[in-house]
Design a protein around this ligand. Structure first.
Ligand code: FAD
Length: 407
């Protein structure tokens, strides 16, 4: 299925597929079993040019598009979810935030680290501020030419392996007046006061550490504040807009896992025999295959369209509506496709000797991280209605203008 891809994109996809099958697939089970971040694969991907592809050529990147990154992520996810997530975070997420809003020095710092194999971490979620990210309490206080950051984040992907951190915090000026929410760059090991205080015990994605970070008087030079053009007041909205690329990336990882699982199921349907026939000859399974393929194709089309899109006002990022819908659909469909693929294998599907059970654990995450499926539905509905839809109890009371529109 070519889906209107240029020759260059088909070649990139083929190169990623070959790399995925020959380098990544043989390592995938061990990465999960040993719960070890795959530094060997990171090194191989840096050599193969899969890290920092979306960065400008002037910074050592290849000036590639989000769709290019999506094609690579899909191929990696067919073999290993952890590897695919590394491609997401070295081409989208925090990196694309810095590449869009960062100063020259910030871009150089991020580019150098990524090309050397660093997977930047994005630090938003706190124990009491999950979906309600605006409730974050981590604070950055201006002191002369520095900000002093105090607070705690949890479920941070790459905790303990990532060097570059984009930390979201409430910003206060020297007089203690709150300015809004900003993003700050800190490099672990070069920044006293940034500590990993816990590793989460995850269901899947076990080669990628998720952890709690504690900031105790973490000093960040003032020029390491990532300042969108609208400043701190609207900064959070701008910085979160950058997250639309990450959402497309996360949806693609889910879709790639599903594609990999479906490949396994299809092969098995053609070879496994029961009742003297190949199981693919039973209509019950044929219709499952057709449904799985249909959902996969729809998810792929939505993700490719979202990756190609741009938000309103000349945004450098995918359209928020398309990105949210693609992530909702891809993550939910992928869970079903992988679950059905596992069913094809009967007892074998439930065994740790086959990759299906790992895929089923890994794929479960994608309706949660990067905005839950529920919260993304609220975003979609909010744009459909043209209402802000605040979720706090106080904000939920219908405003007179809304009441009129609802009646
Ligand atoms: P809660 O916000 O407590 O939600 C609990 C449930 O209530 C969910 O089902 C949610 O959908 C629902 N809910 C909440 N509010 C509403 C509402 N208004 N309407 C309807 N339903 C609602 N965060 C980072 O900052 N950086 C990372 O790198 C990162 N990586 C992650 C990796 C993994 C593997 C996971 C699992 C999470 C990661 N997260 C990360 C955190 C993730 O973004 C949050 O888990 C997510 O935003 C949800 O927050 P929560 O877990 O606190 O759930």
């Amino acid at each position: 299925m070519e889906l209107n891809l240029s020759r260059d994109k088909i070649a990139l996809q083929a190169r990623a597929r070959e790399f995925s099958q020959s380098v990544v697939r043989p390592r995938a089970a061990a990465i999960d079993r040993d719960e070890q971040y795959p530094w060997d694969i990171v090194k191989a991907m840096a050599g193969a040019g899969f890290l920092g592809m979306t960065m400008p050529k002037a910074l050592g990147g290849q000036g590639r598009s989000f769709l290019d990154a999506v094609l690579v992520i899909e191929e990696m996810a067919k073999s290993c979810t952890v590897t695919a997530r590394i491609v997401v975070e070295t081409n989208m997420g925090a990196l694309s935030t810095v590449m869009t809003y960062g100063s020259g020095a910030q871009k150089k710092l991020a580019a150098g680290l990524v090309l050397a194999g660093d997977k930047p971490a994005i630090c938003i979620t706190e124990p009491d501020a999950g979906s309600d990210a605006l409730a974050m309490t981590t604070r950055a206080d201006r002191r002369g030419d520095k900000y002093i950051i105090n607070g705690k984040k949890h479920w941070i992907t790459g905790a303990g392996v990532s060097r570059l951190h984009l930390i979201f915090a409430r910003v206060f000026d020297e007089r203690g007046e709150e300015l809004g929410i900003g993003g700050f760059l800190a490099v672990r090991d070069e920044s006293k006061g940034l500590r990993v205080t816990r590793r989460e015990q995850t269901m899947g994605l076990r080669g990628m550490p998720e952890g709690e970070l504690t900031f105790e008087n973490l000093e960040v030079p003032a020029d390491m504040a990532v300042l969108p053009p609208s400043g701190f007041r609207r900064g959070f909205a701008d910085l979160m807009n950058a997250y639309n690329s990450q959402r497309v990336g996360a949806g693609t990882v889910a879709m790639g896992i599903a594609a990999g699982a479906l490949d396994h199921a299809l092969d098995w349907a053609k070879t496994r025999e029961q009742f003297g026939r190949r199981i693919g000859e039973f209509q019950g399974l044929q219709w499952m295959l057709a449904d799985m393929q249909t959902q996969l194709t729809a998810a792929r089309l939505m993700l490719y369209a979202a990756a190609r899109s741009r938000g309103p006002d000349g945004s450098a990022f995918p359209d928020p509506m398309l990105a949210a819908q693609a992530k909702i659909f891809a993550s939910e469909s992928a869970i079903k496709i992988v679950n059905d693929a596992l069913q094809f294998f009967g007892a074998r599907g439930y065994s740790r000797e086959l990759p299906l059970e790992r895929m089923a654990r890994d794929v479960r995450m994608f309706t949660i991280g990067g905005g839950t499926a529920q919260v993304l539905r609220t975003l979609v509905a909010s744009k459909m209605l043209g209402w802000k839809l605040p979720q706090t109890r106080a904000g939920y009371a219908p405003k007179p203008s809304m009441r009129g529109a609802a009646e």
